[in-house]
Every structure is written in C-alpha cells, then in structure tokens.
Design a protein around this ligand. Structure first.
Ligand code: S3P
Length: 165
C-alpha cells in the first residue's frame, strides 16, 4: 500500500497524529527530523546552530529520499520539506501526501515552551509563525489532501487522515 505522507507547518501535530495513524493502520512510522538527527548525531537545533539552515536542508533532502523508499509507512515530514519541490516529487512516487494545517494560535499553543524549533526562536513567535505561514502557503498546496486540524483532537484528526487516504 502507498505510504501516508504528512506535510504541514511546524507543530500542527504531524508526529503525534502520524504515530497514531501508523498504529491504527499497522504501518511503520518514520519522522524525517528524527532521521536527520540520527544521520548527524545531533539535535535539529544543534545542526542549525553549528551548520546553519542550508546544511540542514541538504541533510533533509537525503532523509526524504531514504524515507520515500519505504513501503507501508506513515512518514511525518519537517515543516520545511515542502520548500524543495523535488522532495515532494520523491514522496509522492509511493505516497499520498496529506497536509495538516492549523490556525497560528493553535500552532503557538502546541509549540509551548519547546526549544525544538530554531526558526521560531529569533523573534516574537506569533509574528514569525504568521510570516512563515504566509511565505510558505504556496508550497503547502502541493498535497493530495489538506486537513484543518485546528479543532480536532488526535483521534479525530487520525480518522480524518485515514479517510482522506
Ligand atoms: C522546520 C520544521 C521543523 C524542523 C526544523 C525546520 C521548518 O520540523 O524540521 O526546525 O522549516 O518548518 P517540525 O515541522 O516537525 O517542527
């Protein structure tokens, strides 16, 4: 069966919902950010701090290619995977791409005090979230389905993903 590929902005619940969907479907689960951390042997924020975003995007590309070769997997992607159109082409070869979206206030709430998102650390997070959402709006459109999970809990969102699939 085709993979279920979850795209979408940071903190829309891709990993939590993806893990739940993988259990329900008896699929494997992989998160491209976790794969990047394994490849580099350091956290995402350390990679940004030491090597910068450009380097990170290069490793992200490698992680996406590895994940795209899998079968019967839920693949949760980092929020910036869509910025490179060839990443989506790879993931689509054997996957249905489902984009999760949420309102900026929900994203902010989900992020909480987590320091895991280096791109949001520089300035007022809600302003940065709105700015990045605006800049990336176009890229998130390259999905087979889009689901607004703002008012859904994990079970509801999982059902919506499986129905779309
Ligand atoms: C990023 C999203 C993050 C992570 C990195 C960059 C982005 O993943 O890949 O911090 O550019 O949107 P999550 O979407 O899992 O937070």
């Amino acid at each position: 069966m085709k993979n279920i590929v979850l795209t979408g902005f940071m903190a829309t619940g891709k990993t939590t919902i993806g893990k739940n969907v993988s259990k329900i479907m008896s699929f494997g689960f992989i998160d491209t950010d976790e794969l990047i951390e394994k490849i580099c042997g350091m956290s995402i924020s350390k990679i940004f701090e030491i090597h910068g975003e450009r380097y990170f995007r290069g490793i992200e590309r490698i992680a996406v290619r590895r994940a795209a070769r899998l079968k019967n997997f839920v693949i949760s992607t980092g929020g910036g995977v869509v910025l490179n159109p060839s990443n989506i082409v790879q993931l689509r070869k054997n996957g249905v791409v489902i984009c999760l979206k949420a309102r900026p206030e929900i994203i902010l709430r989900n992020i909480g005090k987590s320091k895991k998102r280096p791109l949001l650390l520089q300035s007022d997070p809600i302003i940065k979230i709105r700015q990045l959402l605006d800049e990336r709006q176009h890229y998130y459109k390259f999905a087979d389905f889009t689901i607004d999970v703002s008012d859904m809990n994990v079970s509801e969102a999982s059902v919506a993903v499986i129905e779309a699939y």
